[in-house]
Design a protein around this ligand. Sequence first.
Ligand SMILES: NC(=O)c1ccc[n+]([C@@H]2O[C@H](COP(=O)([O-])OP(=O)(O)OC[C@H]3O[C@@H](n4cnc5c(N)ncnc54)[C@H](O)[C@@H]3O)[C@@H](O)[C@H]2O)c1
Ligand SMILES: [Zn+2]
Length: 340
Amino acid sequence: MEEIIINTGKAYPVIIGNAKKEIEQRLNPENSIVITDSNVFKLYSNYFDEYRTLIIPVGEKTKTWETVQYVYKELLKLEASRNTIIVGFGGGVVCDIAGFVADTFMRGCRLGLVATSLLAQVDAAIGGKNGFNFDGAKNLIGTFKQPEFVICDPELLKSLPENEIKSGLGEILKYALVADPKLLNFLNSNADKVLNLQTDTFEYLIESCVHIKAGFIEQDESDTGIRHHLNFGHTFGHPIEQVETIPHGVAVVKGILIAIRLSVMLNICKNNLYPNVLKVLDKLNLPVEFVINDTILEKIHSDKKKQNKDEIRMVLIHEIGNTELCDIRFEDLENMIDNL
Ligand SMILES: NC(=O)c1ccc[n+]([C@@H]2O[C@H](COP(=O)([O-])OP(=O)(O)OC[C@H]3O[C@@H](n4cnc5c(N)ncnc54)[C@H](O)[C@@H]3O)[C@@H](O)[C@H]2O)c1
Ligand SMILES: [Zn+2]
């Protein structure tokens, strides 16, 4: 069992260990209500047998105001109070909904998270951001609410579909490139263990990413500055995710490749980073190619207009552990893409 303390005002632990044991020690059925999705409920309802439970449908399409309203109504039926601990037990979607509801129901009740997908364990459950999609825009409505604890159990990953493992690996690659050359070397030397879902390997990966994210959150809890570096790969990742309908982290990998190529083109990044990253991606069966079509560019353009911004904010890279926020005019970006 490993515990990483996140200190954003009130410190709380991220526990990497056995979820069943941690739940027994930290929670009791009297004052807790579990929110989960139907997939996770089918697999792991024995982890919270005695708890009042609220099940939401699976996937991104569930992150809506309608779901939030449904959860509020069910919480009333279950006689939740401000002392109730809402426990989000699931992937990023469950954690985002549980976090928002816990911060707003009765002006805020208590929150604990049990992250069950790799992406949630290394990213979504860490950092206190929550939210849901609104009017076609991702995560448009949300708050910051730090939980009282986050539990990440690598054993739960064994039931995760391969594509969802890849999605989490995409975000892990992001952390490695933004902050930790050792982590990239580890992925390179241990790809077989990663692909075999070895528990101790995943413990190391989760621990490394949580440490990195904690460092950014502690400096910039409200996401107005340095935390933007964690958007590396996301300027192109987001539209690629929508256009190609692939898991978020897999699209982020393609976004990372584009960001590195642009950085090389601008002469701020050494040529050897790109092939080194490709080598690791190949070993992990992650994408090594990308396509940028007009629809992807149009999405970036229309996002820029929606946000009333003149320039696109991109995270570029000098070398591993040294990224830079750059504001680029859309026309300049288009020209660079033409020359990639
Ligand atoms: N709040 C944040 O800081 C933050 C950061 C990154 C991502 N996110 C959000 O997270 C969401 C993506 O998270 P996700 O990839 O976990 O998606 P998800 O919650 O939809 O989970 C992916 C799939 O895996 C299933 N699943 C989860 N755990 C499982 C397990 N142990 N075994 C088998 N199946 C399991 C789910 O039912 C779902 O079908 C997005 O909505 C994104 O916006 C939030
Ligand atoms: Zn992401």
